[in-house]
Design a protein around this ligand. Structure first.
Ligand SMILES: [Mg+2]
Ligand SMILES: [Zn+2]
Length: 259
C-alpha cells in the first residue's frame, strides 16, 4: 500500500484502538476531576483551544490547588422529602441541574457532601442508597450536569431504635455540622478551602463549611435554616441553588460559559 494511502485512513480512537485492546487486559479507566473534553468536532476543538488559552485547562489540574463548590443534596439539589429511602422519590428542584452544569463549566469542582442517616436507621441499605444516587446522577446527566465526587455520612449518633444498624450508630467525624467530609475531599482533590464554598439548606451545612474554612451559602429552599440545630450566620442567604451559583460565579468572575 502506498504510504500516502495509509496515512489518509481515518482512525477512530474508540472503535479502532481502545476496543481491540480491551481483551489484552491493558486498558485502564479512572475517574478524574481534571479538565477532560471530547474535541471531535471543529466547534468542540475551538472550545478546547479557548480553554487552553484562558488557562482553564491549567487550573483544573490536580497538581495545583482546586476551587470547589460543596453541595448538600436533599433540599438543595433535590426536593426535601424527609428521609428519602427509595429512588422513585428522587426529584430535582427547578433549575438545579442547570446550576450544576454552570459549576461544571467554571473553574470550580462540584462535590456532594450529604448526611444519609437512613442507612444507620435501617430505612435504606447501602445498595438502596446506590440506587438513589444513580437516579440522582442520571437526572443530572440528562441535563448535561455531573458531580465530580460524592461524600456521604451513613452514621447517626442516637442508638436504641428498632431496626437500626448498630455498628453505624456512633458519634462519627463526618456527620454535618462536623467537617470531616469536606476535609476528606480537600485532601483527596487538593482543594483550597479558603477559595471554596459550601451551599446548603440547614444550619448543619453552614456549620460544616465554616468548620472547614469555606465560605457558606444558606438557601431558602428545603428547611431554609429553620432546623435550629446550630446558631450560625452564613456569608450569603440565597433564594435557591440557581441564585447561589449565579452570585458565586459573578462575584468571583469565574464563569467560563460560552453562551
Ligand atoms: Mg439539606
Ligand atoms: Zn459519619
Amino acid at each position: 500500500m502506498p504510504a500516502g494511502e495509509k496515512a489518509a485512513r481515518k482512525v477512530d480512537l474508540d472503535k479502532d484502538i481502545i476496543r481491540p485492546l480491551i481483551s489484552s487486559g491493558k486498558v485502564c479507566a479512572y475517574r478524574s476531576t481534571e479538565y477532560v473534553k471530547d474535541m471531535g468536532t471543529p466547534e468542540r476543538y475551538e472550545e478546547t483551544a479557548e480553554a487552553v488559552r484562558s488557562g482553564l485547562v491549567e487550573r483544573k489540574n490536580l497538581s495545583g490547588k482546586q476551587k470547589c463548590i460543596f453541595l448538600d443534596r436533599d433540599g438543595t439539589i433535590n426536593v426535601e422529602k424527609g428521609f428519602l429511602n427509595n429512588a422513585a422519590g428522587m426529584e430535582l428542584l427547578p433549575g438545579a441541574a442547570e446550576s450544576i452544569k454552570r459549576i461544571n463549566q467554571s473553574e470550580y469542582l462540584a462535590v456532594l457532601i450529604t448526611n444519609q442517616p437512613v442507612i444507620a436507621r435501617g430505612d435504606c441499605s447501602f445498595e438502596g442508597l446506590d440506587e438513589i444516587q444513580r437516579k440522582f446522577e442520571t437526572l443530572l446527566g440528562r441535563e448535561g450536569a455531573y458531580i465530580d465526587s460524592i461524600y456521604y455520612c451513613p452514621h447517626h449518633p442516637d442508638s436504641g431504635f428498632e431496626g437500626e444498624v448498630k455498628e453505624l450508630k456512633f458519634r462519627c467525624r463526618c456527620r454535618k455540622g462536623k467537617s470531616g467530609m469536606i476535609n476528606d475531599a480537600a485532601r483527596d482533590l487538593n482543594i483550597d478551602l479558603s477559595a471554596s464554598w459550601m451551599i446548603g439548606d440547614k444550619t448543619s451545612d453552614i456549620k460544616c463549611g465554616q468548620g472547614a474554612g469555606t465560605r457558606t451559602v444558606l438557601l431558602e429552599t428545603g428547611s431554609a435554616g429553620s432546623d435550629g440545630r446550630f446558631c450560625i450566620t452564613a456569608d450569603l442567604v440565597c433564594r435557591d441553588l440557581p441564585d447561589a451559583v449565579s452570585r458565586i460565579l459573578s462575584d468571583t468572575g469565574n464563569e467560563n460559559r460560552k453562551n
